[in-house]
Design a protein around this ligand. Structure first.
Ligand SMILES: [Zn+2]
Length: 434
């Protein structure tokens, strides 16, 4: 990301007072970004890297220390071959600058984490849900988790830096309304309106896969890569694109819905209403349906025993365990799933020319079986120049990629605007047993 640096431009341009404030804010963001990438680092090294002069860097760092985003962590170690000059004080971001609560409303689970500004996870909780529980019950569970996260965080420190909620559907960015979550069967749920009154801090409502793409870019497998295709396979298939280091979302924010690309015009009906969407071929539902069908036709599988004969109770960890036991039917089912994933990924690689494909979601638990098949299909189907440029890797944060993405979004907001005042929960919350 390119930023204006004050000094390098002052010879060419005259700034009005307002502009100077803007330049200072941009320079604060530049310092924060370099600290995130390179800490521990000295003021002199920051000056060298950013092209800002040392006096400006000192002044900016002073402001960031006063705001508690940055801390001095001790003098650098003397290096051999260097004179006995003064050793520089090293700086890092301050983990205690504040806390972040990030949640994911999945189709069949709720997850919440509370992190500090390192970000290190202070608290984490996951619980299963079922869309049949109904919207109100699920929302109340989500609220209970939010309260719990806020309580844990406020015991850690004063500043709530923000709250993020990842959702499995399309979000209207202006209103924070969940417009359509096909697998939850929710439509037009005004999540921001329901939650904003509870906190006096930034509240992010965003598609879970887009958040996960950012999470992997900030803290995971895609760190250091600026052109990334992220896919998360679970109940549905979500996608995200990191382009030029930013999450791409299209003109109205609904882009990268790869799961609803038509792959088979005569295929199964998808929860979105279309027929033959990619997610009908590559979700956990497709995997389980394949296994049930094949077992129903008399094929033997250890899954029958694992589920005590009820293949309706299949889970992804069971499938992975069966694969580890070399269960022939399970390996065949994963091969078919990988094949369909690979076909779609090869097309996306041709369309987007990413440098990295990151595979996440609960099906990434089976990545050891899926990625080799995906790679084979990509090698077979993508254009040589595109396929030579990419690697397919598993998400570092697995099922937590989305909540880590929520943390990244809040983190990003603070880095870009460190003079934003951190907020607090709008009141004390009762402890709720989630
Ligand atoms: Zn669909």
């Amino acid at each position: 990301m390119d930023y204006l640096a004050g000094e390098s431009s002052t010879n060419q341009y005259r700034f009005r007072t307002g502009d100077q404030a803007l330049v200072r804010q941009i320079n604060l963001a530049v310092i924060m970004h370099h600290l995130r990438e390179h800490a521990p680092i000295s003021r002199a090294a920051l000056a060298e890297m950013t092209g800002l002069n040392k006096t400006t860097v000192s002044s900016l760092v002073r402001e960031l220390i006063d705001r508690q985003y940055v801390r001095e962590i001790g003098f650098e170690k003397p290096q051999s071959g260097r004179g006995a000059g003064r050793l520089a004080m090293l700086l890092s971001l301050n983990p205690e600058a504040g806390y972040i609560v990030s949640m994911e409303l999945g189709v069949d689970y709720l997850m919440a984490i509370c992190t500090n500004f390192a970000p290190k996870t202070i608290w984490q909780y996951t619980e299963e849900i079922d869309p049949d529980m109904g919207q109100q019950v699920i929302f109340d569970r989500l609220l209970a988790l939010l309260y719990q996260g806020l309580n844990v965080g406020s015991e850690y420190c004063q500043n709530l830096l923000g709250v993020a909620v990842g959702v499995p559907g399309l979000v209207d960015q202006t209103s924070g309304t969940l417009l359509f979550a096909p697998n939850l069967r929710w439509e037009n749920v005004p999540l921001r309106a329901k939650l904003q009154g509870l906190i006096e801090a930034p509240l992010i409502i965003e598609n879970e896969a887009k958040l996960a793409a950012l999470g992997e870019h900030y803290f995971g497998a895609a760190r250091g890569f600026n052109e990334v295709l992220y896919l998360s396979a679970g109940v549905g298939l979500g996608g995200g694109i990191v382009h030029d280091g930013q999450v791409f979302s299209g003109v109205t924010g609904f882009g990268s819905e790869f799961g609803h690309m038509t792959m088979d015009p005569d295929g199964e009906i998808c929860n979105c209403g279309n027929r033959g969407c990619w997610e009908t071929q590559v979700s956990q539902r497709a995997l389980f349906a394949y296994l049930r069908r094949a077992a129903g036709q008399g094929n033997e599988t250890v899954l029958t025993e694992m589920t005590s004969g009820n293949l309706g109770a299949l889970t992804v960890p069971m499938v992975v365990e069966a694969a580890q036991q070399n269960d022939r039917l399970t390996l065949e089912a994963l091969e078919v799933l990988g094949h369909h994933l690979g076909i779609g990924i090869a097309s996306l690689v041709n369309a987007l020319n990413p440098e990295l494909v990151v595979f996440g979601g609960i099906l990434s638990l089976a990545s050891g079986y899926l990625i080799p098949v995906i790679e084979k299909e990509v090698q077979r189907r993508a254009l040589r120049w595109n396929r030579e440029a990419i690697k397919v890797v598993v998400a570092s944060h697995g099922q937590e990629a989305s909540v880590m993405g929520g943390v990244a979004r809040i983190f990003q907001a603070v880095l870009v605007e460190p003079n934003m005042v951190a907020g607090q929960p709008a009141g004390a919350f009762p402890m709720v047993n989630a």
